[in-house]
Write a protein that binds this ligand. Structure first.
Ligand code: CP
Ligand code: NVA
Length: 337
């Protein structure tokens, strides 16, 4: 059995990527690969036995919630799920008071919500590890899954030799997180978006600072041709949770040239793989997908169905890796041998 003692960091939070050292970030991905192997070979150990974990979701979720619940069950921990309407937090009770209470009941808190400041208050006031399950600014658990998936599909290349692009709305969580993630791992990262949707200057500067130490290369551009030479092309939905539906028209206008289709994938390169955090609008089988088709004539929004369902797509491997990587986050903070 692999000794995971060296991967444990008792009491650690996961609030955003930039709180992590490059070494710790690499090690979380390594730990996820070990835990994945244990699960696949039926040799999983209950490192979280007896732990109680609360999952607070102020926004909806499929993957993140299921990953936390199944990973906790696999490891011998219990979970309590608070849905977007199901607790007093926010409307009747402050986040700080909620943090104090949850810290008395639980060994750790997962939180998905709007602003990063909410996750920071939970971490400051609960006295237990807090894991960010997505805010408007950052999606760190997604980055671990994306990175494990890239490692698995890179044909053995180390991160320092991987080039990836993110195409789309780069000012929101996925664009920002992929920029910092690649900086930590030493990748060649291309953030490709119209200028109006670039990450904050502060995030770009921070990525470049980290890159000096890790050997990463960070390019932020509006020139779609710079996807050339990518091993992976990532995208995300064009209007995120918490944004008003009125922004669709303007967003479509800005992002239409950045939609991921066969031509863009060809431009990226013959071996480029397609990645998406999901959920994705790639056909007419969703309410939003149909509305956008009726109003704007797009069948598939940020990605065509041909790419999404085609041989270059690794999106469901990526989705599965949410489970193994979220397990690693929990074991790092709370695991006992
Ligand atoms: N990728 C992701 O976070 O998916 P969910 O919104 O379903 O959790
Ligand atoms: N940018 C998307 C990511 C979903 C996983 C959102 O915040 O809705």
């Amino acid at each position: 059995m692999t000794d995971i003692a060296e991967y444990l960091k008792p009491g650690s939070h996961l609030l955003k990527e930039d709180d992590e050292t490059p070494r710790d970030w690499h090690r979380l991905i390594e730990l996820a690969a070990i835990l994945k192997k244990q699960k696949k070979s039926g040799t999983e150990v209950h490192y979280l036995r007896g732990r109680n974990i609360v999952l607070v979701f102020a926004k909806t979720s499929t993957r993140t919630r299921c990953a936390f619940e199944v990973a906790a069950a696999d490891q011998g921990a219990s979970t309590t799920y608070l849905d977007p309407q199901g607790s007093q937090m926010g409307h009747k009770e402050s986040i700080s008071d909620t943090a104090h209470v949850l810290g008395r009941f639980f060994d750790a808190i997962e939180f998905r919500g709007d602003d990063q400041s909410q996750v920071d208050i939970l971490a400051a006031d609960s006295g237990v590890p807090v894991w960010n399950g997505l805010t408007a600014q950052w999606h760190p658990t997604q980055m671990l899954a994306d990175s494990l998936t890239m490692a698995e599909h890179s044909g053995g290349k180390p991160f320092s030799e991987i080039t990836y692009s993110y195409v789309g709305d780069a000012r929101y969580n996925m664009g920002r997180s992929l920029l910092i993630n690649g900086a930590l791992l030493g990748c060649d990262v291309r953030i490709v978006a119209p200028r109006e949707l670039w990450p904050d200057q502060e995030v770009i500067e921070r990525g470049n600072e980290i890159a000096v130490a890790t050997g990463a290369s960070i390019t932020v551009t509006d020139d779609i041709r710079l996807v050339a030479g990518s091993d992976f092309v990532h995208t995300d939905i064009w209007v995120s949770m918490g944004e008003p539906k009125e922004v669709w028209a303007e967003r479509i206008e800005l992002l239409r040239p950045y939609r991921v289709d066969e031509a863009l994938m060809e431009l990226a390169g013959p071996n480029a793989k397609f990645m998406h955090c999901l959920p994705a609008f790639h056909d007419l089988n969703t309410t939003v997908g149909r509305q956008v088709f009726e109003e704007f004539g797009l069948n598939g929004i940020e990605v065509t169905d041909q790419v999404f369902s085609g041989p270059r797509s690794v999106v469901f491997d990526q989705a599965e890796n949410r489970l193994h990587t979220i397990k690693a986050v929990m074991v790092r903070s709370l695991g006992s041998l």
